[in-house]
Design a protein around this ligand. Structure first.
Ligand SMILES: [Ca+2]
Length: 321
């Protein structure tokens, strides 16, 4: 082979590599958009990554039982120019609490879905989108209780796919990035608010799970900059209703950021990871055991939280294209 052919070959390999690297990450996003406002910040973060060509959203789901949560999420997507993103809801047991912003966002911002009843089951919606994807290509990002994850695993084979939920997840999902639990041990809301679902989902999930624990997002303060966002923004409005647009903890945004930029080896400057096994007690208390062959990873603080906050907050300022 002459030098010319080798060079052409190398250029071709570089081109293929670059094309693969530029492929947007296919994401399913599951949220309890209701109690805390970081879910709203995480939607804005995800949309910003979509607009930068880094991610594509296959579906969204609401895991909690707030009747206006799904309308709020639909209103956010609509404002961002993505009104047709499929939204599923938890049709089984789930967590419910008051929301400081769901009803107002649903009332003040246009959206198509008029009630949670109009939305399909999240577990079935996830089955549907997963069945159509390439094997090992989808990243699940959850920023609420693990209710829909548990229900997805328990789905039987049906007309959507001959695979049951666990087989489908095993086949199609590359990894699950979960904002939840507290490490090395603790009792965190996304876990204990629906502990039976968390116990089942974490134990049975067949792919790697990367946890962004309570201790990561609690130090990352974002949202204050939304004062500079247009008053027409539902993201700004949600933070205004929640805390008067003051800096707030950013648990959920970390899972979105890692799910899109970290899964294939990015963000090494931002977080270290540690491999092991997370187990959850029946009351929602979780434990961590380091283990070099464990299926789970946890994020460990590396970059200063204020630096991480700057990256996230810039993404949260995203406006419709
Ligand atoms: Ca949340």
């Amino acid at each position: 082979m002459n030098i010319g052919k080798i060079l052409i070959g190398l250029l071709l390999l570089a081109y293929i590599g670059a094309a693969a690297a530029n492929e947007p990450v296919a994401v399913i996003f599951d949220t309890d958009i209701m109690g805390d406002v970081d879910d709203v910040g995480s939607v804005a973060t995800l949309v910003a990554l979509v607009n930068r060509g880094e991610a594509k959203i296959l579906a969204m789901g609401v895991c909690s039982k707030g009747s206006e949560s799904v309308q709020c999420l639909n209103a956010l997507n609509t404002w961002f120019g993505m009104p047709d993103i499929g939204i599923g809801v938890n049709k089984g047991e789930g967590f419910l609490r008051d929301s400081k912003y769901n009803r107002q966002i649903a009332e003040e911002f246009p959206h198509k879905l008029k009630s949670a009843d109009e939305a399909p089951s999240a577990a079935l919606l996830y089955r549907k989108v997963l069945a159509g994807q390439a094997d090992g290509s989808v990243v699940m990002i959850s920023v609420g209780q693990l209710s829909n994850m548990s229900e997805l695993l328990k789905t039987p084979a049906d007309e959507i796919s001959p695979l049951n939920g666990k087989e489908l997840v095993s086949r199609k999902i590359k990894a699950w990035v979960c904002m939840g639990a507290k490490f090395p041990q603790g009792k965190e809301a996304n876990i204990w608010h629906h502990a039976s679902a968390a116990v089942y989902a974490v134990k049975e999930w067949p792919t790697p799970i990367i946890f962004s624990g309570f201790e990561i997002g609690v130090k990352i303060l974002t949202g204050g900059k939304l004062k500079e966002a247009p008053e027409s923004s539902p993201v700004r409005r949600a933070y205004q209703l929640y805390n008067g647009i003051r800096p707030h903890k950013s648990w959920d945004q970390t899972a979105v950021l890692y799910g899109v930029r970290g899964i294939d080896g990015g963000l090494k400057e931002m977080w270290d990871t540690e491999r092991g096994v997370c187990t959850i007690d029946a009351d929602g208390t979780n434990h961590w055991q380091k283990n070099h062959s464990g299926r789970h990873l946890i994020l460990k603080e590396k970059q200063a939280p204020a630096e991480v906050a700057r990256v996230i907050e810039e993404l949260m300022m995203e406006e419709p294209k």
